[in-house]
Design a protein around this ligand. Sequence first.
Ligand SMILES: [Zn+2]
Length: 231
Amino acid sequence: MDTALAQLAHRRRTLPELLEIQRLHSSLTSLASDLVGADTVVSDLEREQRRAENDLEPVRERLSRNQHRVADGTIADPRALNSMIEEIDHLKRRIDNLEDAELEVMEQLETATEGRDRLRMEAAEIDSQLGVLSAKRDRQLRELELEMADRQTVREGIVPLLPGPLVTLYDKIGGTHAGIGAAELRARRCTGCRLELNSADLRAFAAAPPDEVLRCEECGRILVRTPESGL
Ligand SMILES: [Zn+2]
C-alpha cells in the first residue's frame, strides 16, 4: 500500500500537464511584454498620424480660401493675382509633401497594428490552451487523490492486524526510506536497494522460521519472503 501511495504521489508530482502548463505560462509572460512594446508602437504612430492630419488641415483651408478668391474674381490687381496663384502652387506642393508623409505613417501604423493583433491572438490561443490543460490537470489530480484516499483507508485497515512492534519498526525504517520500511526479497535480492544476499545470509535466511523478521544487511529494510525469493 505504501509503495502504491508513493507511486501515486509521484504521478501527482510529475503529471505531463504540469510541465506543459509551466511552459505555456512562460510563453504568455514573454508575449505580455512583447504586447506592451507593440501597444506603445501603435499608440505612438496613431499620435503621429493625428499630428500629420492636424498639420494638413490649416494648409488645406488656406488653399481652398485662396482658390475661391481667385475663382470669384475679386482680386483686381494682376500682381496680387499672380502672387496668389503662386501661393496656391506652393500650398499644393506643401499638401502633397504632407500627405506623402502621412501616408507613410499610415502604412507603418497598419503594419504595427497587424503585428499587435497577431500577438493578441497568440495570447488568446495560449489562454484557451491553458484553460483546457488546467481542467485536465485538475481532473487527474482529483482522480489521484481519490485513489490515494482509498489506499490510505486500506492501509489503516491493515495496520491494526499487524503486531505493534513490527509496525513501529517498519515506520522507523520508513522514516529514512521515503515511508517504505519493507521490501520484497526476490531472486535473492532486496528489491529496496538491489543488493544480492551473500552466501552466509542466504543460509541464515533459508533456515529462519517463517515468522522471524528478516532485515536487509545493506539498507536495513524488513525483507518480505515470497515463493520467488529464491531461498
Ligand atoms: Zn536492501
